[in-house]
Ligand binder design. Sequence first.
Ligand code: C5P
Length: 239
Amino acid sequence: MEKREQLYEGKAKRIYRTSSENQYWVEYKDEATAFNGEKKATITGKGELNNRITAIFFTMLKERGIDNHFIRLLSPTEQLVKRVEIIPLEVVVRNIAAGSLAKRLGMEEGTVLPQPVVEFYYKDDALGDPLVNPSHINILGIASEEDQARLEKLGLAVNEVLQAYLQERNILLVDFKLEFGRTPDGEILLADEISPDTCRFWDARTKVKLDKDRFRRDLGGVEEAYQEMLKRLGGEAHV
Ligand code: C5P
């Protein structure tokens, strides 16, 4: 497999074409951003940790029947994925009130929600990724109602699998964000990453945060928290 030209550089990853038309090369960066890019830092080792954690989650999801773009690891910080065109919607699933939901609805962080909440955000940096409802998605022409229903169903299915898997590792899955893409033949496929950058993970006993909130809120120990997540998932970093 050969790495070809860069197609895209995001806040946490670079995407490259490869010698195969239907496969992309993803490189995870050590850069961290929060609050729509306003806060920036380099966290040594983050690229490797998120690359490995994402690989573990995607492999596990595939084994449990949830197909996704992951093909294989290429190096400690790189992975090969299936080519998709990302749908500009962030699908957020929540089990416990935190972050923007706690703020928007005036709920105390840590309140267990009576049922999972699914939200869609329009992926647009200039607009700050606003929350959108089905009518908004319709007028923006981003996804049909059938596709929206499919995204919601997939989000809830990922939630069930991840929650059970993490529970066995003494981790609470507070909330997470997923992205989906369309394959060249139009199939919707889970894509992007699943990592402490895109999820809230709390230690089930102590409620200690093992995710990007440590960076957002200047709690310190960001890399250690990501290391701890990788360890609980049975992985090993080779920095
Ligand atoms: O900030 P908020 O509470 O809406 O975030 C919900 C979940 O989605 C969190 O796990 C957060 O890490 C993730 N998220 C993300 N990328 C964004 C916005 C939120 O990964 N642009």
